[in-house]
Ligand binder design. Structure first.
Ligand code: PMP
Length: 394
C-alpha cells in the first residue's frame, strides 16, 4: 500500500530552514520562518503566559477529556478578544482547534459540508497553506486581485471588481490583519466597501486572523473582522493564538461561526462539534487554558498586552529603520511601502533571481517570493539587509 504513495512537494519554508542551518557563514540572516524574534534573535515565552502556566500547574487536578469543542471559557474569552461587542454571544458558535491551521481546515470542511460546490475566493497572493488545504479537500480556490506590485499596497479597485462577481454560495477568504505574505492591509474605508460588496452579492465571508495585536493594536487589528461579523448575515472566523500569545507549539486556535439569525447558532455549533469529533475528537487544552487564564485575570492580561505592545512597536521600529535605510541607499522612495506594511511580513517585490543572489552572495535568507519576516531583523542587521537589497536590485 505505502508503495502506491507519491512524493509530496517539499515545504518551501522547511527547505529554506534546512539550507540556512547548513550555511557555515557566521553573519547569515534568517528572514524566512514566520516566528516572532526579539532583539537577541530569541522567541521567549511571554511572561504572562509563563505565569499562567505556573498557576495552572498548581490548579490542574485532572487530565480527563473535555467537551468536543474544548473549554467553554476559552470560547468566551476568544469571542470577546476577536469580536469585542460587535455581535451578541448568542450569535456565535465556537470550537477550539489545534492552532489557526486547524481552524482554517475545519472552516473549509464546514463550507464543503454546507455546499459541496462552494468555491473559496482567496487573495492573490495568500498564505500557501490556504491553497494546499483547499486542494487537499478538493475545494476550488479562485484568486482575486489583492496586491499591487507597483506600489506595494492593496489593489482595492481590482479587489472590489473581482469580489463583485463572486456568487452567493461561494466564500470570500479575507486576512483579518497583517496580510501574509504581503504585509499590505485594507484601510477602514476599504473594509466598508468590502462589506457592501459582500452584502450585494450574498457571498459568505471567512476571515483568517492570525496576527491580532501585531499590526495597529488589538482592537484596530480586529476592526475589519468586527465590521464584517456585525454587518454580514454569516461570517466564519479562524483565529490563531500562536503568534500573539507566543504559544506556537501548543497548537491553540478557534473557529467561530457568526450568524445574525441566532437560531442558526445551534446547528452551526452542532456541526463544529461533529467536525472536531471526526478529525481529532478533542482540541488540545493546554494552550487554550493559558490563553483563558491570561485574558481572564486583570493583572496577567495587562502584562500580556504590554509585552505584545512592545513586540508590535519593535516591529514598527524595524520597519521605519529599514524603509529609511533603503531610501538613503537607493536614493528613491520605491521601498516606502515597508513602513506602511503591518505585521511580521513584507513582500519586497524582488525577482527569484535577486532572492537567490541575496542568499548566495549575502547570506540573507527569505522566501522565494521575496517575503521577509521583519521580526527576524535587528537594528544591527537592518543596514546589512538594506545594502544587500539595493545591490542586487540596483
Ligand atoms: N493563517 C495565516 C495567514 C498564518 O500566517 C498562520 C501562521 N503561519 C496561520 C493561519 C496559523 O498558524 P498556526 O496554525 O500556527 O496557529
Amino acid at each position: 500500500m505505502l508503495g502506491a504513495l507519491r512524493d509530496q512537494p517539499a515545504d518551501k519554508i522547511l527547505t529554506l530552514m534546512q539550507t540556512f542551518a547548513q550555511d557555515p557563514r557566521a553573519d547569515k540572516i534568517d528572514l524566512g520562518v514566520g516566528v516572532y524574534r526579539d532583539a537577541a534573535g530569541a522567541t521567549p515565552i511571554m511572561r504572562a503566559v509563563k505565569e499562567a502556566e505556573r498557576q495552572w500547574w498548581e490548579e490542574e487536578t485532572t487530565k480527563s477529556y473535555l467537551g468536543l469543542v474544548g473549554d467553554p471559557g476559552f470560547a468566551d474569552a476568544m469571542t470577546e478578544l476577536v469580536l469585542g461587542d460587535a455581535v451578541g454571544r448568542e450569535q456565535v458558535a465556537a470550537a477550539g482547534t489545534p492552532g489557526g491551521t486547524g481552524a482554517v481546515r475545519q472552516a473549509f470542511e464546514l463550507i464543503r459540508m454546507a455546499n459541496p460546490r462552494a468555491r473559496v475566493h482567496v487573495p492573490d497572493p495568500t498564505w500557501p497553506n490556504h491553497l494546499s488545504i483547499l486542494a487537499h479537500l478538493g475545494i476550488e480556490a479562485v484568486p482575486y486581485r489583492y496586491f499591487y506590485d507597483a506600489t506595494g499596497g492593496v489593489d482595492a479597485d481590482g479587489m472590489l471588481t473581482d469580489l463583485a462577481c463572486v456568487p452567493r454560495g461561494d466564500v470570500v477568504l479575507l486576512h483579518g490583519c497583517c496580510h501574509n505574505p504581503t504585509g499590505a492591509d485594507l484601510n477602514p474605508a476599504e473594509w466598508r466597501a468590502v462589506v457592501d460588496t459582500l452584502n450585494r452579492t450574498g457571498a459568505t465571508p471567512m476571515i483568517d486572523i492570525a496576527y491580532q495585536g501585531f499590526g495597529d493594536g488589538l482592537d484596530a487589528d480586529a476592526a475589519g473582522a468586527r465590521m464584517i461579523a456585525g454587518r454580514c448575515a454569516e461570517t466564519l472566523i479562524a483565529a490563531s493564538c500562536s503568534k500573539n500569545f507566543g504559544i506556537y507549539r501548543e497548537r491553540t486556535g478557534i473557529l467561530l461561526a457568526v450568524a445574525q439569525e441566532s437560531r442558526l447558532r445551534a446547528v452551526a455549533q452542532d456541526n463544529l462539534a461533529h467536525l472536531n469529533r471526526q478529525n481529532y475528537s478533542f482540541p488540545p487544552d493546554h494552550g487554550a487554558r493559558l490563553v483563558t487564564k491570561v485574558l481572564g485575570d486583570a493583572m496577567l492580561r495587562a502584562e500580556w498586552q504590554a509585552e505584545l505592545e512592545r513586540m508590535r512597536r519593535s516591529m514598527l521600529g524595524l520597519r521605519a529603520q529599514l524603509a529609511e535605510e533603503l531610501r538613503r541607499l537607493s536614493g528613491s522612495d520605491r521601498f516606502g511601502f515597508v513602513a506602511q506594511h503591518r505585521g511580521m511580513f513584507t513582500l519586497l517585490g524582488l525577482s527569484p533571481a535577486q532572492v537567490a543572489r541575496l542568499r548566495e552572495e549575502h547570506g540573507v535568507y527569505m522566501l522565494g517570493d521575496s517575503r521577509i519576516n521583519v521580526a527576524g531583523l535587528s537594528e544591527r542587521t537592518v543596514p546589512v539587509l538594506a545594502r544587500a537589497v539595493v545591490e542586487v536590485s540596483g
